[in-house]
Design a protein around this ligand. Structure first.
Ligand code: ADP
Ligand code: MG
Length: 694
């Protein structure tokens, strides 16, 4: 029996070297690859539907006799063919047609058509259907469903279908290896691999199209499980590949940590303590930590980062703390200075906007090791930034978690010591909670810690949704809050990515509010301000010298001003749930009751309504993330939709989330051999380059 994994695609009839190159774009190199190139969906051309039984909006095959074919001149010239079967009549409509085509449709000719029925001006119509003239010996309708494959330029559906049929003819059991031991499969999924592939490439007539479309057929579930397993295994392999890497062991300095904790005005929460211990254990080892720290907005992640930093500094190495925005980096600088300066620790500062002379000075301090902790933006990782002895990298508010980004981060600060590769420990922090099952699969290459407790004394945020038609009431509400000595945010949202447009919108809102609110100190912050201006505004707001801060979503993450207790979010329907939760997390950080007003535009879409409702109902970030997963799917949550990184052939992380516990169980089973693991990864991921980089 030939293993089809070793059969080049050129063994199929009609595939030469040139066409093989086209197929390579679809990651098809072997006959097995072709078999795992699964249809996206199906058409049912097995049954002829009587015209009277057609349902608008659905594809169908009909057969009938041409009664008339006329060119009509409506809004656009078109060819209208009247077709009749025993049950009724309908029209075929063609906007593009040649004289020869028109002549084909002579009265009395019998046609078979395939297309989607729609309601048109002349009753039910098929617009540009596929048509075939029926003769004496025309074959009956197809006997299997018609697969629709993902394509690339230079390959047609018909050609791929032909190739798939050839490959299926070579598919006896054994021709594709059954890599999963049967006993590891759940009972319902003990579906032979060859049978599953055969079924999915040509489902027999009578197959329930709806069940297939929902991915619920056992053959689909069997393959989805295998695919999810392959992705999971590839991340585990990635993790194993780093096993030989070395990092400086950081035992820390207990006296320094005691000193630090003693100066804090509060004590760590239980969750913070637990997470600090987990991190400390990682840091003490000479294997690089790769840990993801999740904690809801306001859970106190910065303090945990500071404890980790102390451990590195106390062990004589440097720490880099990277924030996604200048505003956040500036806030961290202030926090870390306030905490560490009294302990005699030198804090440096590096962002893209430093003047050349200042930048040189900071770079020198970093290179000499004089600077023990460096706070900055991504500018920290430019090529000319050389650390003296980097022990720990902390990345705050990391939103995008693609495997590729993680690999890149891993490379930062890595170096050689003799023949061993040395790299710093890494702590990645996020306030975007990721549902547990999803996290375990998507981040199988990372360790995860969760701060699942807020500092004591937090008041829940009261969230209301008010239509923009009642804007005046909301402005009055801001006025009342401000006259009572409270501070407020007014957040302007725009869908456009353009910072200029966003800035303009925020500027005019700030003007409008300043005019409407006498005796109120209104300030404005947006992405177009110079960094030192941004800093000035944020410092003034933090110091209570500004009552109302009008802002774009630049304040989305991390900003921490406990006295601010009211937030207005304009047009919240434009944002996703996770982003709204982040924004709202800017209030409710102190001990006074906070309020968030979602000032929405009308009319509100169904989706918008559902998001605002979810936000009003839930205050817990994990509950919101589950809701977000339900409403939007995993790509949005993992930030991978834009990068297109997690692309499955048959599995759908959201639909098949219930398979993930099985995936983890099978991956952990000793019954799955090393060879099988590697072959599974190769079969499903075709050794895509992103994993080769590891
Ligand atoms: P996030 O997890 O959103 O980054 P921060 O680190 O900004 O949260 O912390 C939010 C606020 O809670 C800060 O003002 C911080 O000083 C305060 N905080 C952190 N830990 C504690 C604690 N154990 N007790 C009381 N307040 C705390
Ligand atoms: Mg934070």
């Amino acid at each position: 029996m030939t293993d089809l994994a070793t059969q080049p695609i050129t063994t199929l009839k009609g595939v030469g070297d040139k066409f093989a190159q086209v197929l390579a774009k679809l990651h098809i190199a072997t006959v097995q690859d072709l078999l795992f190139h699964l249809p996206l969906r199906y058409q049912d051309r097995t049954r002829v539907t009587p015209i009277a039984a057609l349902t608008p909006g659905l594809d169908a095959v009909i057969e009938g006799e041409v009664r008339a074919a006329d060119v009509v001149f409506g809004r656009r010239r078109s060819l209208l063919v009247r077709l009749q079967d025993g049950s009724g009549t309908l029209s075929l409509r063609f906007f593009h047609f040649s004289a020869a085509q028109k002549n084909r449709f002579a009265r009395g000719v019998r046609l078979r058509c395939f297309g989607e029925a729609r309601r048109g001006s002349a009753g039910l119509e098929l617009v540009h259907p596929e048509t075939e003239i029926l003769g004496e010996n025309s074959p009956p309708a197809e006997d299997t469903l018609t697969p629709i494959y993902p394509l690339t330029e230079g390959v047609s559906q018909a050609r791929l279908r032909g190739l798939a049929q050839q490959a299926l003819a070579m598919l006896d059991s054994g021709a594709v290896s059954e890599l999963l031991p049967t006993e590891l499969l759940p009972q319902a999924m003990r579906y032979p691999l060859a049978a599953a592939l055969r079924y999915l490439h040509s489902p027999p007539a009578g197959t329930d199209l709806a069940q297939l479309a929902e991915g619920q057929h056992p053959a689909q579930q069997r393959l989805a499980l295998e695919e999810l397993l392959a992705h999971h295994l590839s991340l585990l392999a990635l993790r194993r590949d780093t096993a030989h890497l070395r990092a400086p062991a950081l035992p820390g300095d207990p006296a320094l940590e005691r000193d630090f904790l003693g100066r804090l005005p509060f004590s760590l929460t239980g969750a913070q303590q637990r997470v600090c211990t987990e991190i400390a254990e990682d840091l003490a080892s000479s294997h690089p930590m790769m840990r993801l720290l999740q904690g809801d907005v306001g859970a106190g992640k910065t303090l945990v980062a500071a404890m980790a930093a102390l451990r590195a500094v106390g062990s004589g190495t440097q720490v880099a703390v990277m924030a996604p925005t200048e505003i956040l980096a500036e806030q961290h600088r202030r926090n870390f200075l306030g905490w560490l300066d009294p302990l005699g620790i030198r804090v440096a500062w590096l962002t893209g906007s430093l003047k050349a002379a200042e930048r040189r000075k900071q770079l020198a301090a970093i290179a000499s090791g004089e600077a023990q902790l460096v706070v900055g933006t991504h500018a920290l990782f430019q090529a000319d930034v050389l650390f003296h002895h980097l022990g720990l990298v902390v990345i705050d508010e990391q939103h995008r978690f693609g495997v590729r980004q993680r690999l890149e981060l891993r490379e930062k600060g890595a170096g050689e010591a003799g023949s061993v590769r040395v790299q710093p420990h890494q702590l990645i922090m996020t306030a975007t909670p990721i549902p547990r099952t999803l996290a375990m699969s998507a981040f199988a290459d990372l360790d995860c810690s969760v701060i699942d407790e807020l500092p004591p004394g937090r008041q829940p945020i009261n969230t209301v949704a008010i239509s923009n038609e009642r804007r005046d009431e909301v402005v009055e509400r801001v006025y009342n809050a401000v006259t009572q000595g409270r501070q407020a945010y007014w957040v302007c949202t725009l869908i456009e990515e353009s910072e200029t447009l966003q800035a303009q919108a925020a500027e005019s809102t700030a003007d409008e509010l300043a005019a409407a609110l006498p005796n109120t100190r209104v300030a404005l912050v947006h992405g177009r301000l110079k960094p030192d201006e941004k800093e000035r505004v944020m410092t003034a707001f933090k110091a209570g010298e500004v009552d109302l801060l009008v802002a774009t979503t630049v304040i989305e993450v991390g900003v921490d001003v406990p006295n601010a207790s009211l937030m207005i979010i304009e047009n919240p329907e434009r944002l996703g749930l996770a982003q709204l939760h982040q924004l709202r997390g800017r209030v409710g950080r102190g001990s006074v009751a906070s309020h968030c007003v979602l000032l929405y535009g009308t009319p509100l879409s169904q989706g918008g309504k559902a998001r605002l409702q979810a936000l009003r109902q839930h205050s817990d970030g994990f509950a919101i993330a589950e809701e977000d997963l339900r409403l939007r799917g995993p790509g949005e949550i993992l930030g991978t939709r834009q990068t297109g990184e997690v692309q499955h052939r048959i599995a759908d992380l959201q639909r098949d989330a219930h398979l993930l516990p099985q995936v983890q169980r099978i991956a952990a089973a000793p019954g799955l051999s090393e060879g099988a693991r590697q072959q599974l990864i190769a079969r499903w991921l075709q050794n895509k380059p992103r994993f080769a980089e590891a």
